[in-house]
Ligand binder design. Structure first.
Ligand code: AMP
Ligand code: GLY
Length: 431
């Protein structure tokens, strides 16, 4: 089968890496891809959100299955467009992707279906929202309703800070139309965990739980990023808790979306807070996480192409999805300045040593491009070094050992990925 992957990050390199190994896949096209995907298939320079051009590409090349990495094309309806043209595509429709593309939609849906989440109110009118803030108890959590590249959540410690943020969002249009509507919600404290699942509209197959490190610097300091590293599984999240999250969050979501006539197909990602009063759902993403994919996909024993095909054909229940034992971790190597502005076009050294794809260690490219035979940085998150091990310490040791051989000017990464795992007591689902 000919598979087209849409996107250009580390997640898409991990998808390409797994799909290229599948006996079902004999042709791989990536649009637009990066310097890592071009050795696994053919990169075609079409942007991930240029839906008409992607459709033409899939038709011209007789693509059998398209796999969408990022949220923007999903929210813009790439799946609907491909379905109308009779093509198979892995990912949710525009209506189903609202679980990520509208926080107000997701919150109302969770409330309606009794899915545990923070208390909230949604506002389209600035004056009403401002009046609401007058009585809210800090810290106050404000969220832009729409997609904001991971930057749309503001946690204000003081009311005046919340008022300023509200003004920037609703009056000054900080996030464009994404912040025309704002969700204000209860602040939750605790540890976070992510549970991702394959879904075919009816059946839910959860992946091992994962924990992301969102802040730029060690010790969870500095600004929020798209994710600086991730590990799986977090020792404080046992099977019983994961099962409980499937039962109380993922399944009701999939059943609820099917009941609305907008069945959810693709990867559903639930971000949760483990509070002293039990777990609460913080958000949904309508796709694999990045760098979650780079740590989770190498743990998959079952053929990813077989799973994805079963999802789009509504027969996921037929597939036995197996995962490797042990643990996995991914460390993101970022450009100087990320998540703020950063340089591009910096040469990267050390990618060849140890091939990068020894069985237990993979160097996934994210913001890279090939120019005149050289690999240069082209994004903020440049690489993700991912390793498996019998346990978390050995996975982390392997990942960090590989990091030592890679260098580019300004390279920065967190040295404490996986360390929040040290002092953890198992979380009790009942709180
Ligand atoms: P979201 O995009 O909704 O996941 O939010 C991004 C990050 O903001 C989360 O991973 C949390 O770290 C934080 N966050 C979101 N909602 C809350 C909340 N209600 N209380 C505390 N932190 C939150
Ligand atoms: N790493 C979080 C995300 O992909 O949204």
């Amino acid at each position: 089968m000919h598979v087209l992957i849409v996107g250009n990050g580390g997640r898409e390199h991990a998808l390409a890496w797994a799909l290229a190994r599948s006996p079902l896949v004999d042709n791989l096209t990536i649009a637009p891809g990066n310097a890592g995907t071009d050795s696994l298939g053919e990169n075609v320079a079409i942007a991930a959100d240029d839906i008409p051009a992607l459709l033409r590409l899939a038709q011209e090349r007789h693509v059998d299955l398209t796999v969408v990495g990022p949220e923007a094309p999903l929210a813009a309806g790439i799946v609907d467009t491909f379905h109308e043209a009779g093509l198979k595509i892995f990912g949710p429709t525009r209506a189903a992707a609202q679980l990520e593309s509208s926080k107000a939609f997701a919150k109302a849906f969770m409330k309606q279906h009794g899915i545990p989440t923070a208390e909230y109110s949604a506002f389209e009118d600035y004056t009403t929202a401002l009046r609401y803030l007058a009585d809210a108890r800090p810290p106050i959590v404000l969220k832009a309703d729409g997609l904001a590249a991971g930057k749309g959540v503001i946690i204000a410690e003081y009311r005046v800070e919340a008022q300023t943020a509200l003004r920037r969002m609703m009056i000054e249009g900080e996030f464009g139309h994404a912040s025309d509507r704002v969700v204000i919600e209860e602040y939750l404290s605790g540890r976070e965990v992510s549970l991702l699942a394959f879904c075919d509209g009816q059946t839910v197959v959860a992946m091992p739980p994962a924990r992301d490190h969102k802040r730029a610097f060690d010790g969870d300091e500095g600004p929020n990023t798209g994710g600086m590293g991730v590990y799986t599984p977090p020792p404080d999240v046992g099977q019983a808790l994961a099962d409980e999250i499937v039962r109380r969050v993922l399944k009701p979501t999939i059943f609820g979306m099917a009941a609305k006539g907008t069945p959810y197909v693709g990867v559903l990602y639930a971000g949760l807070m483990l509070t002293p009063y039990g777990f609460k759902t913080l958000e949904f993403n309508c796709r694999f996480g990045d760098p979650e994919a780079q740590a989770l996909i190498p743990m998959l024993e079952t053929d990813l192409a077989e799973i994805m095909l079963a999802c789009v054909e509504g027969r996921l229940h037929e597939i036995d999805v197996h995962w490797r034992q042990g643990a996995s971790a991914a460390v993101v190597l970022a450009a100087d300045g990320y998540p703020g502005s950063y340089r591009k076009g910096v040469p990267i050294e050390g990618l060849d040593s140890g091939s990068g794809t020894e069985d237990s260690v993979s160097v996934f490219h994210a913001g890279t491009e090939r120019k005149n035979g050289q690999i240069l940085t082209s994004g903020g998150r440049v690489l993700a070094v991912s390793a498996r091990g019998d346990d978390l310490p050995s996975a982390l040791r392997r990942a960090y050992a590989r990091v030592q051989n890679i260098h580019f000017d300004g390279m920065h990464y967190r040295r404490d990925i996986g360390q929040t795992a040290d002092d953890e007591d198992a979380f009790d689902a009942e709180g």
